[in-house]
Design a protein around this ligand. Structure first.
Ligand code: FAD
Length: 286
């Protein structure tokens, strides 16, 4: 099923992101995670993609197939393009078609110095154009409520996002954020720019002190005072920080749903305990 169909029915989506385990033998342990995620009845599970190299493609596709075949859940396959040429992308999408996978999150990917950059795709919008010319995939795209780190300002950010949507992006999944007002402002800017596809907020429950510092430097995400106080108070108490991080994420989600967002995309970090706790916290919230 194409995930864009969910939003046509007016139903709110619940989805999870997972990543392929680094070591081959760990692919077996992902079953324990998928068992729990499956019980939580998600609309789709997206699978991340490493930059460059065929081993990355293989792991992502193997996991996506498992999600579809063994768990009967719709997978969304992340696909980066900056380090691939058009033939490599086509080989990959052929394999997706052969596996009955219908949804791709089309990404440029981060530019890595250690891998040669290819010339065929400069931005995610080039990949979206290529996918829409040549196939029938439902294409999702990434968006950044607080601006992609490479964008000079929000005007450029929205201009380029609009081009990505005009190229055929059906649904947008957002970068994580901790301050809902940033997401609401972003939604408003999208509306003004006539970006009318569903914009699904991405939520990452922060449950470890080390994770917080990494997230802020990687994602440009602002850190509200309310959350900063929690971290200052509990950063040396593992259990307390876990509880506080979960409660914060649940309160973010309830606020987003109350403000009529069309769904929630949860960055699970392959941790079924986190996903279960979040779902428990919102089980009667629609
Ligand atoms: P783009 O949409 O191409 O944007 C990149 C930058 O270029 C932005 O600053 C944009 O404003 C600018 N830009 C776009 N078009 C133009 C233009 N025509 N002229 C000038 N500037 C332009 N990375 C992975 O490696 N694997 C993953 O699985 C993965 N999953 C992700 C999932 C989500 C939901 C998100 C939000 C990000 C994910 N990323 C992943 C990270 C992503 O690859 C990086 O953020 C990357 O740097 C940008 O990818 P993009 O598709 O957003 O790029």
């Amino acid at each position: 099923m194409k995930v864009s169909e969910i939003y046509k029915s007016g139903r709110k989506s619940l989805s999870f992101e997972i990543f392929p385990p680094k070591k081959d033998e760990e692919l077996k342990s992902i079953d324990e995670t998928l068992e729990v995620l499956g019980e939580l009845n998600p609309d789709f599970i997206s699978v991340t993609f490493g930059a460059g190299g065929s081993a990355n493609c293989n792991k992502t596709i193997e996991l996506a197939k498992k999600i579809k075949e063994d768990y009967n859940i719709e997978p969304v396959v992340h696909l980066t393009c900056i380090h691939y040429d058009v033939n490599e992308i086509d080989r990959f999408t052929e394999e997706l078609k052969d596996s009955g996978i219908e949804n791709i999150l089309a990404l440029r990917g981060d530019v890595r110095e250690d891998i040669p950059r290819k010339e065929d795709f400069s931005y995610a919008s080039d990949l979206v154009t290529h996918l829409k010319e040549d196939s029938d995939f439902c294409v999702l795209g990434a968006c950044y409520p607080e601006r992609h780190p490479e964008s000079a300002n929000m005007v450029d950010e929205i201009k380029h996002l609009k081009a990505k949507v005009n190229a055929g992006t059906d649904v947008l999944l957002s970068q994580l954020f901790f301050d809902n007002s940033c997401f609401y402002e972003f939604e408003e800017r999208c509306k003004i720019a006539d970006i009318n596809v569903p914009v699904i907020p991405g939520i990452m429950p922060v449950v470890k002190a080390s994770q917080i510092k990494r997230m802020i430097s990687m994602c440009n995400a602002s850190f509200p005072e309310r959350f900063q106080k929690i971290v200052d108070k509990y950063e040396n108490n593992k259990e307390a920080l876990f509880d506080a991080g979960m409660a914060y994420a649940i309160s973010q989600i309830i606020d987003l749903l109350a403000c009529n967002t069309e769904g929630i995309h949860l960055y699970t970090m392959n941790n079924p305990v986190i996903a279960r706790r979040i779902c428990e916290g919102i089980k009667n919230i629609v």
